[in-house]
Design a protein. Structure first.
Lengths: 474, 266, 282
């Protein structure tokens, strides 16, 4: 059966005599290969030569963003970039709209190849950009726009007074609850203290069909975002000069213990839950409480209209009832423009920022086209602007709008700590963004690792970040 | 017996796919709900409309078709050529080296993408179809060579020898005898090269910057924000399966018993 | 000239364009693995094998290696059984054949992000359609993505998405087996199983060899499927080596260690391939 010979070596005699090809055949094949190589080579050369660099007059400027993936915001920004290019024919600003997961790779390839992004609009990556000294100070831009218009808690600067961010939108964290169930069960609201919250979660908890609260307890940094406000109220992560790790304190330990108690009243599957899961559980009526930014309300308004009157929202609780709500500083991460200091087009970037943010109508148009209510004003004038408030969503629940605007006004950027809010420590934001705190919570809550062990690992992980950022020596 | 097996497989494959298709025409509160149903209560095209209007998915679509088709053609031609030589008259040495191309797959994408970027940057091929096609072909050629090598190895050397004894040259042997038998192999390899390029993400997201040149997977990834646009993603994906689906349906003619051209008669 | 020389030239000429594109990225990646380099930084220092030492001393590396190996082998095994069976079945005549032949490949055509998202949605504890149907059938599970069940769910999705690759390979390979052999065997009274073992399997040998090798390499290196479904969680229950390497680069911002982990993956696969070649005797 010749099939059995398929994989065997050629018969031994054939193997011994190395097959020879006639000169003619060799020449034919060789010529063909050479011809192909020549044609290919010439073609490639001509093609490469045809890729002339852009006419010297037009300078390309890279505008890299992760934040315009909400399609509405995206289209407005493309239009704005086009308008800007019309006004400045010497430059060609190109908006690169990238997925959040790709941002680091794109930044890395940009830096290694020398083609750095010039203008950047992102959220969480500001921490690492700052740590690697890649950001250009924008004090002059802020001064030109009028620094006072911005909520001070939302700016990012270093200890020498250099600003690095022009904040355009703010996404603070709010506490949502099922107002209808609270009324039904006779639970008082707003919940002023964390104990009030725990009691409410316990009372609403009716597993397995309904849980008191939808918590995110996965590795993702949303887990850290949720506990952040309490953490800040209870202690601090780093000293003012960022050199000492201060997170292991009785207050923070109490916060961890509290969280473990709270986790009793959430779905056990929460160990995998991130942003979407938490919102969804609340929206479809499986949980009575959750933390999120404004997006939950927008989704309820658009997709679950029967919930709109059942939703309550309030400021995040405080440790002491008398601090609620005016002294609470909820967690937020304001986003906006940054400029890479390796860029060769710094001036035009500053020009763009000033042009965009100086034009209130344009800025407002962007905010209203984005996800209004999820993206909130970073300035006092926009908070008070009647156009901003004139949106169908706002008109449905004006009470919630008031609450949200207060939350936004009081919110504290994740790079600042409540212990001393005037100091910005971008490395703190970076620590929150890494899985460090999330994993500490996971191991404490799910693996029942003793708190001492969890805390000492937390401290050493944070120290490692400080060493990497060259803030302390190894 | 066979029938039960294939019915089970077809069902297990079809159920999720139809669930996905029906979800693409459901409003959001039927997609994410505590009491989901298989069929929609209310049919809506809002996801399709929104997806195609909000982002240039039509353009992404065309880009993917162009890139995947060219990658497929380029990969199959090059690897057929190389595989034929390797199985017919190459020594073990060069064969081994070529097969070491598979080494390439052993390094995770994550580590390679920066190197790719730098090389293509030097070649001036960033942000262009040519660069992406070249990059994706570099990824698919090694495994196409492997696959076709496997098929060609299964075509006995006796056939070549018999033909050449009868007076045919190598080229004639290749074209008249081997190719017809290898058509199923070409189709399956071509399908793989096409589908791999169609779904390729890592290079497409790094090498292509201009919005109008982006491919479908990159476009889809732009909608995966916080889980807010799942309906739109499903809608796009339903449409995205169509070209590859057409290709496979076409290729089936050459891949199944009774329909393939040259397999049987030897 | 010798045929072997000519063949070397021809093969080299056809593949020459690949060399810079393949070799440079690998060399670049390996060289960074011997450096201490943070992401987004141009500074680096040569530190020899320190990155490798740190990785080998990390418990998480070994647990990721173990899980990745077990998961990829289990998934590939099932992909082969299901894939080959499907190919054999599709090669036969039966009602509804045309539909079966088309639909069976669609999972492979879907981008992984969609296939993974689809299964995550179907099996979600809160709103999963399939989860609810299974519950009515009496199969009630706290969550398909918790520590107990996530590896199982992950395997299921991996088989669902990639078995058509095997089916397609085998189908093409089946066309190369002459019908006369089957006819002769039937005349001799051989049963289906005997025909399968003595005609089909040998006929598919080289195809299966390649397909198996590729699938093992690809499943071992699979990053996006487990990442989208579970992110390697809960905690580290479904973390494989590619996820481990990714986290070093993208969450710890340590490029040196990330590329070292990737290089280790490459070395493991090379070793495995050499063993594979030996076992398969090619």
């Amino acid at each position: 059966m010749y099939l059995g010979r398929e994989l065997s070596e050629p018969k031994s005699e054939e193997k011994k005599a190395e097959k020879s090809v006639s000169r003619r055949t060799a020449l034919k094949y060789g010529a063909a290969a050479v011809a192909a190589a020549v044609v290919g080579g010439v073609g490639t050369y001509e093609y490469l030569m045809a890729q002339a660099p852009p006419a010297p007059k037009v300078k390309p400027v890279r505008f890299l963003s992760t934040e315009f993936t909400d399609p509405y915001a995206r289209n407005v920004m493309f239009k704005d970039v086009a308008d800007f290019n019309d006004l400045h024919p010497d430059y060609k600003l190109t908006l690169e709209n990238v997925s959040w997961d790709d941002m680091l790779t794109i930044l890395q390839t940009g830096i290694e190849s020398g083609k750095v992004p010039d203008l950047i609009f992102t959220d969480l990556y500001s921490g690492i950009l700052f740590s690697q000294n890649l950001l250009e100070p924008v004090n002059d831009v802020l001064d030109k726009l009028g620094r006072d218009q911005f909520y001070p808690g939302l700016l990012v600067n270093d200890s020498s007074g250099n600003d690095y961010l022009v904040p355009i939108e703010n996404e603070p964290m709010a506490l949502y609850f099922r107002k209808d169930l609270f009324d039904q069960e006779g639970i008082p609201y707003p919940m002023k203290t964390w104990d009030d919250l725990l009691a409410a979660a316990e009372q609403l908890n009716k597993p397995p069909d309904f849980y008191g609260i939808a918590l995110a307890l996965s590795k993702e940094y949303v887990t850290a975002e949720e506990i952040w406000t309490l953490l800040q109220q209870s202690g601090q992560v780093l000293s003012d000069d960022s050199k000492t790790v201060m997170i292991d304190s009785p207050g923070v330990r109490a916060a961890f213990e509290y969280w473990k108690k709270l986790a009793q009243y959430t779905d056990p599957a929460a160990i995998n839950w991130a942003w979407g899961d938490v919102r969804n559980a609340f929206k479809i009526g499986k949980a009575g409480l959750h933390w999120y930014q404004g997006r939950t309300l927008v989704e309820i308004w658009k997709n679950y209209p029967d919930m709109i009157d059942k939703v309550g929202m309030q400021m995040i609780p405080a440790l002491k009832a008398e601090d609620f709500p005016d002294k609470v500083r909820p967690y937020t991460f304001s986003e906006g423009y940054m400029i890479c200091n390796k860029s060769k087009n710094i001036d035009i970037c500053k020009e763009f920022i000033t042009w965009f943010a100086g034009d209130h109508a344009r800025w407002l148009e962007y905010m209203l086209q984005g996800v209004p209510y999820h993206e909130l004003p970073t300035t006092k004038w926009m908070t008070d602007d009647p156009d901003f408030l004139n949106h169908p969503l706002y008109n449905l629940r004006p009470d919630l709008v008031k609450t949200m605007l207060q939350i936004s006004a009081q919110s504290l950027h994740g790079d600042r700590e409540l212990a001393n809010p005037s100091v910005v420590k971008p490395v703190v934001g970076e620590i929150m963004a890494r899985p460090i705190i999330s994993m500490a919570l996971q191991s404490y809550i799910y693996n029942n690792v003793p708190l001492d062990t969890v805390m000492s690992k937390l401290v050493s992980d944070i120290k490692a970040v400080l060493v990497e950022a060259k803030i302390i020596p190894a | 017996m066979v029938y039960i097996f294939i019915v089970a497989i077809v069902f297990l494959v079809s159920f999720p796919l139809f669930a996905m298709f029906f979800a693409s025409v459901k409003p959001n509160n039927e997609i994410i709900t505590a009491a989901p149903d298989f069929f929609p209560h209310r049919v809506t095209l809002e996801h399709y409309i929104f997806a195609f209007q909000s982002m240039p998915f039509g353009t992404f679509f065309v880009n993917s078709i162009i890139v995947a088709t060219l990658v497929m053609i380029l990969s199959v031609i090059i690897s057929a050529y190389a595989a034929y030589i390797l199985t017919r008259f190459a020594t073990k040495g060069i064969g081994l080296i070529t097969r070491l191309l598979v080494l390439f797959y052993m390094v995770p994408d994550v580590a390679l993408v920066i190197g790719f970027y730098l090389v293509l940057d030097r070649m001036g091929l960033l942000n262009s179809y040519a660069g992406l096609i070249l990059g994706q072909s570099a990824i698919s050629v090694p495994f196409c060579v492997w696959l076709l090598w496997g098929y060609f190895k299964g075509i006995p050397l006796d056939l070549d020898e018999a033909a050449m004894v009868d007076g045919a040259s190598r080229i004639q042997t290749l074209v008249r005898i081997i190719l017809p038998i290898a058509i199923p192999a070409f189709f399956s390899t071509g399908v793989f090269a096409f589908v791999q390029s169609w779904n390729e993400y890592t290079l497409a997201s790094t090498l292509i910057i201009a919005e109008e040149l982006k491919t479908l997977p990159v476009g889809i990834s732009l909608l995966t924000r916080e889980g807010a646009y799942w309906g739109e993603i499903i809608a796009i994906s339903t449409v995205a399966t169509i070209p590859a689906f057409i290709l496979i349906a076409f290729a089936m003619r050459y891949l199944v018993e009774g329909l393939s051209a040259g397999a049987v008669k030897r | 000239m010798k045929e072997s020389t000519l063949s070397t030239i021809l093969v080299a000429s056809s593949l020459f364009f690949l060399v810079p594109l393949l070799v440079v990225p690998i060399l670049y990646s390996v060289s960074v693995s011997f450096q201490s380099k943070a992401a987004l930084s141009m500074e680096f220092a040569w530190i020899g094998i320190q990155n490798y030492v740190r990785i080998v001393n990390d418990k998480e590396f070994w647990s990721s290696l173990f899980f990745g190996a077990v998961w990829s082998l289990a998934a590939v095994g099932l992909q082969f059984i299901v894939g080959t069976g499907t190919a054999l079945a599709l090669n036969e005549q039966f009602k509804g054949r045309a539909y079966a032949r088309a639909i069976v490949f669609v999972p492979y055509v879907l981008p992984t992000v969609v296939a993974a998202g689809l299964w995550k949605w179907l099996l979600h504890e809160n709103y999963g359609l399939l989860n609810i149907y299974l519950q009515t059938l009496g199969i009630r599970v706290p969550s398909w993505w918790n520590t107990q069940y996530a590896p199982l769910s992950l395997t299921l999705v991996a088989v669902w998405e990639f078995f058509p690759f095997v089916t397609l390979c085998v189908l093409a390979g089946l066309q190369g087996i002459p019908q006369e052999l089957y006819e002769a065997a039937k005349v001799d009274g051989a049963s289906f199983l005997r025909r399968f073992i003595h005609i089909t399997l040998p006929g598919l040998r080289s195809v299966l060899f390649v397909a198996l090798l590729l699938r093992i390499i690809w499943m071992f290196n699979k990053f996006d499927l487990p990442w989208i479904l579970t992110k390697g969680g809960p905690i580290t229950a479904t973390e494989n080596l590619p996820i481990y390497a990714y986290q070093l680069t993208f969450q710890n911002f340590n490029m040196g260690m990330g590329t070292a982990a990737s290089t280790i993956i490459m070395l493991i696969l090379i070793a495995m391939t050499l063993v594979y070649f030996r076992v398969y005797k090619v």
